[in-house]
Structures are given as C-alpha cells and as structure tokens.
Design a protein around this ligand. Structure first.
Ligand SMILES: C[S@@+](CC[C@H](N)C(=O)[O-])C[C@H]1O[C@@H](n2cnc3c(N)ncnc32)[C@H](O)[C@@H]1O
Length: 259
C-alpha cells in the first residue's frame, strides 16, 4: 500500500456537521488497538476473513467509533487508505486521530458522524451499499445504547438508537457485506475502570441519564452489556450472526445475507 501522501485538506473540512441530538456526555480516554483485529489482519490472505470475504488492499472498510484511530491504523497496514472510512461521534477523538495520522504521514482521515443517524453517515461519504466490511469495537456499550437506564423516554430512545445502529450498518454494507462488532460480556469492575482511565460521570451527566450521582461513578457502570442471545436478537433480522468469545469480549461476526 502507498503511505506518505496525505490529503492537503484542512482537518476542519473533514468534519461533517455535528449532530445536535446526541448528548456530549460520553466516556473518552486513550484507546488501545483491538488485539483480535491486529491478529486477524496479520493472518495470511486466505484466512484473513471476518466471515468469508478475504480482507485485501481493495476492501472497502468502515470503522465506527474507533477512539483516536488505533484500529483504523491497523487496517491501513493492509487496506489502501482511499478504501478506509473511519467515523466517530466524538470530535475531540476525531481531531486527535487526524493529528496523529497527519504526524505519521498516513493518508487516512477520521470524520465525524453518528452511527445512529443515516444522514450523517452519508455526509461522511458512507453511501448506501458501499462497504465490504464495517467494524465497531465496543461502541454498542456506550450509554446512549443502554435500554436499562433513565426514564421510559430515555429507554425508548436507547432502544431506537440500538436499532438504528444495526439498520445503518446493514444499509452501508454491500449485499454480501460483513461486519465485526466487539461487545463486552460484562461490566468493567471499578478497579478495571480506574486502571483504564474510564471517565467519571459528572453530576450533570448523571442527571441526563436520570441516575443517582456519586463521586466515584464512572461510565463503565452506565455501559450497555448484552448477552449472546441479546446480540443475536439485535442483529438476527438483518444478518447471519456468528458469535465467538475472545479476549476482546464477544466478537460478533455478521453477514448481511444468509451464509
Ligand atoms: C468505549 S469507546 C471504544 C473505542 C474503541 N473502538 C475501542 O474499542 O477501544 C466508544 C467509542 O464509540 C464512539 N461513539 C459513541 N457514540 C457514537 C455514535 N453515535 N456514533 C459513532 N461513534 C460513537 C465514541 O466516541 C468512542 O470512540
């Protein structure tokens, strides 16, 4: 692949209009690369598959919610930069990712978009039926997808967000496209949250989620955790679903047509 020639546009031109309806209160920390993705991409071509399409330099891949771009960087060691679309809601992370890509001479850029909003995905260049592969590691856990917190309105909104997540992934994929979703099987302990540097919830954010605030409350406690059955139910309408238990939690492998 060719690296070293990055697009000259100003970083701010790459950021699509911010979607106001999603709240800003999300966990933000420095995210490490996903080890399962690193291992997958290191495999020889014939084994380098999520379901049955080998990942090559020509694979159109979209990363959703990739923090500061660690997994996007992993993909850029295999996939040509023009075939990588990386979108994330958090503007601070988008800026950090792009500063890093620029510093490292990578042509890849992250754009701001919201996986629950089809228009924002289109604005970020994700046309319907355009992608071979979508990857989202630990995005479904963020509180906006938690149907167990807040009042009835908040719970319904979370259920709608969760559905939009699955629908929008199906929409941007080609007919035989595949997706790889990582989801934690259980909540982080307070100790793990502290070690990882998961952000504390502010009193305002707790109010937003309609939960009682305390000093040591972290976003880890608000994260949406799903069983294998719940994950199968969420994606089963649109995809063939395969779930593996990995060191990165459940690896949910999806194909948007029957195997
Ligand atoms: C828990 S972090 C996981 C980061 C990284 N993928 C990893 O596995 O370490 C959740 C990520 O999802 C992003 N995110 C949250 N809501 C989103 C949304 N509606 N659309 C796109 N990305 C979102 C956050 O900005 C953050 O980067």
């Amino acid at each position: 692949m060719s690296e070293g020639s990055f697009a000259p546009e100003a970083l701010e031109d790459l950021v699509v209009a911010k979607q106001p309806e999603i709240n800003e209160v999300q966990s933000s920390r420095e995210y490490a690369p996903t080890q399962s993705i690193a291992r997958l991409l290191a495999l020889p071509l014939e084994q380098r598959k999520v379901v049955d399409k080998p990942i090559t330099a020509a694979t159109k891949v979209c990363l959703i919610g990739d923090g500061q771009g660690a997994d996007t960087k992993l993909f850029s060691s295999v996939v040509r930069p023009e075939n990588i679309t990386s979108v994330n809601y958090d503007l601070r992370e988008v800026t950090a990712a792009n500063e890093r890509f620029e510093r490292e001479g990578s042509a890849v850029r992250m754009k701001q978009a919201d996986i629950t909003n089809a228009d924002s995905l289109r604005n970020a260049g994700l046309a319907e039926g355009s992608q071979d592969l979508v990857v989202a590691a630990h995005v479904l856990e963020v509180p906006i997808f938690n149907t167990q917190i807040g009042d009835e309105v908040a719970r319904q909104k979370a259920a709608q967000n969760e559905k939009s997540f699955a629908d929008n992934i199906a929409n941007v994929l080609k007919p035989n496209g595949e997706a790889l979703i990582f989801s934690y099987p259980q909540r982080l302990t307070q100790k793990e949250a502290t070690r990882l540097g998961v952000e504390k919830v502010t009193p305002d954010a707790a109010k937003f989620y309609d939960i009682e605030w305390r000093q040591d409350l972290t976003y880890a406690e608000l994260s949406a955790i799903r069983s294998q059955d719940e994950l199968t139910k969420l994606f089963g309408d649109k995809f063939t679903v395969i779930i593996d238990n990995t060191a990165d939690g459940y690896a949910v492998r999806l194909k948007n047509s029957p195997l």
